[in-house]
Design a protein. Sequence first.
Length: 96
Amino acid sequence: MEIQNTVLYLLPSNNKVKEQIMNPTETEKKIQKGDFQTLAKILGINSKAAERRYHRPVNTKRFSRKNEEAKELMLKIIEAREKFILENSPKESTNQ
């Protein structure tokens, strides 16, 4: 089972929260340096192993379930980071 889409929260220029469906290719562009370290801590492995597990195809016979789990967790990490940034970023004043 391959992950098809995920919802990421974006902050456009008008500072309103917007949900956007992103496919796995677009999601990979959102990965930041610390995301693999976070994934590694969750999985209890080192960051290089976490990165390899994430990039390994899901449909391989060996470790298939673990690869899928890594991809699902990475999507959750990215979504949580994006949402946290939105909730804590300064809002523009409407009284200007």
